[in-house]
Ligand binder design. Structure first.
Ligand code: NAD
Length: 487
């Protein structure tokens, strides 16, 4: 084994550990296909140990004043900021994100900093509406929360789930993705350095089976917050229903439309829509993967749009001049190439269309644009999760609303127009958890709720919303002097 091979560890009950049975799985750099790490595969026993540690830590953690809990979150945020360049490099070599596009460290640190001070908004209600009684609600932690995260923005999801769960008094087990475990494993070390009491915050590595499935079925896990594919989301929901009916929050996939009207600022719409499908090599749940352009401006838009996509600089994601990295791994690469072949049968190729192993021997895919694809084609209906987009035209507002909504997904929609009345009509008409006017993903506002309509998910996350996902509501009725039963 080369000396530089990374050997990350998991954090279970305050200890940095390898898998109890010594099993590892290999991780390859998608930019050059060389092995970079031996990653521990958490066994079912390791997963159960993490849940048991979290369970044991819950009484004392939940008894702390929230401001005391917040101090640990702040300490972790500071460490994450200090380790930003190491974390950027770990994501670059494990899942291919260019270091120039690295946002996870500051976003994750912002989450920990924000929730460290957000606890005063956790309030119940009080009323005297029942004569002779004082009625109250208390918002209380559930106990052990599990978070299962994907690989495309590992620390954004780790922090976006763990921070609100921890500040509200829950203890946490995070299972990272087998495709991008390195940055989170580094954060596991920082959690230990931040001094969290043992068992409060556990981080394990591994595949869906055994560790993910063990968490989904665990009788002591009371909430499971999941971000990932619809296929896995359904499976987790089924397992939860069959076991302890744990609360499940699901953030799933998308097939997001961008609608460009003839009165829009076309160069700006082209830039925004192109960045949306190209950023992170298209591996973003809310990427604008279906673009609808009003016919009168379609040639002008397409020229500006393809020019933006042609301008990306492809190469080694650790290189400071690169903006377009490889896909996360061989599976993703082959999956996307199949869709590109499929797209060639149904639409017309306007740009790209190739895998580029020649770049640095890695899994690079050219930004690829299809035009005039039938609405019922596979590439229009299914999530590709790569830099592949279909651009179709429309004539009327009613027509494009129908086309945009003709999908089982509903995560993020963009509308480009200067007509305010139309913008408001569209914001209401689109079946989507998020509607962006004159901008597109990955832009989001941290204080807005994020989540999907239809198959894109269940529940919402966001700075004003995520704490609710981890709080039970208890009603308390206190009889006071002179009160009697009221039925
Ligand atoms: P995935 O569903 O393959 O994996 C997600 C996580 O689930 C991983 O940690 C994986 O190990 C785990 N898992 C797999 N099988 C499991 C099982 N049987 N039980 C428990 N856990 C299991 O998704 P992915 O490929 O990592 O991520 C890409 C998907 O995530 C895309 O569909 C994308 O749209 C979606 N996503 C959604 C959002 C959102 O906020 N809505 C954000 C990012 C990604």
């Amino acid at each position: 084994m080369p000396e530089s091979m990374i050997k990350p560890r998991m954090l279970i009950d305050g200890e940095l550990v390898y898998a109890s049975d010594g099993t590892n799985f290999p991780l390859y750099n998608p930019a050059n296909r060389k092995q970079i790490a031996e990653v521990p595969e958490a066994t079912a026993a390791d997963t159960n140990a993490a849940v048991a540690a979290a369970s044991a830590a819950f009484p004392s953690w939940s008894a702390l004043a929230p401001s005391q809990r917040g101090r640990y979150l702040k300490a972790l945020a500071k460490l994450i900021r200090e380790h930003k360049s190491q974390l950027a490099r770990l994501d670059a070599i494990s899942m291919g994100r260019p270091v120039t596009e690295y946002i996870d460290a500051h976003t994750a640190a912002d989450h920990f900093d924000h929730y460290a001070e957000a606890w005063p908004s956790n309030q119940g209600q009080a009323s005297l509406h029942t004569p002779g009684h004082l009625a109250l609600t208390l918002c209380l932690p559930y106990g052990v929360v599990a978070a299962i995260i994907p690989w495309n923005l590992p620390l954004v999801f780790l922090a976006g789930k763990a921070a609100p769960a921890l500040i509200t008094g829950n203890t946490v087990v995070v299972k990272t993705s087998e495709k991008a475990p390195l940055a989170a494993a580094h954060v596991a070390e920082l959690i230990q350095q931040a001094g969290f009491p043992r068992g409060v915050f556990n981080v394990i590595c591994g595949h869906g089976t055994p560790s993910g499935a063990t968490l989904a079925a665990h009788m002591d896990v009371r909430v499971l917050s999941f971000t990932g594919s619809g296929r896995t989301g359904r499976l987790i929901q089924e397992i939860a229903a069959r076991t302890n009916l744990k609360k499940v929050v699901l953030e799933l996939g998308g097939k997001s439309p961008a609608l460009v009207f003839e009165d829009a600022d076309i160069p700006s719409a082209a830039r925004e829509a192109a960045r949306s499908i190209q950023w992170n090599s298209g591996q973003v749940c809310m990427a604008s993967s279906r673009v609808y352009v009003q016919k009168s401006v379609a040639p002008r838009f397409l020229e500006a749009y393809t020019a933006c996509l042609r301008a990306v600089s492809v190469g080694d994601p650790t290189d400071g001049s690169v903006s377009h990295g490889p896909q996360a791994d061989e599976t993703q690469y082959n999956f996307i190439l199949q869709y590109i072949e499929d797209g060639k049968q149904t639409g017309e190729l306007a740009l790209g269309g190739q895998g580029k192993l020649s770049t640095t021997n890695g899994y690079f895919i050219e930004p690829t644009v299809f035009v005039d694809t039938p609405e019922d084609a596979r590439v229009m209906k299914e999530e590709i999760f790569g830099p592949v987009v279909s651009v179709n035209t429309f004539e009327t507002e009613a027509e494009v609303i129908e086309k945009a909504n003709a999908t089982e997904f509903g995560l993020y929609a963009s509308v480009f127009t200067k007509d305010l009345d139309r913008a408001v009509r569209l914001a209401k008409a689109l079946d989507s958890g998020y509607v962006a006017i004159n901008c597109s993903s990955p832009t989001v506002a941290p204080d807005l709720p994020f989540g999907g309509y239809k198959l894109s998910g269940q529940g919402r996350e966001g700075w004003l919303h995520s704490m609710d996902n981890f709080l039970e509501t208890k009603s308390v009725l206190i009889r006071v002097d002179g009160g009697e039963h009221n039925l």
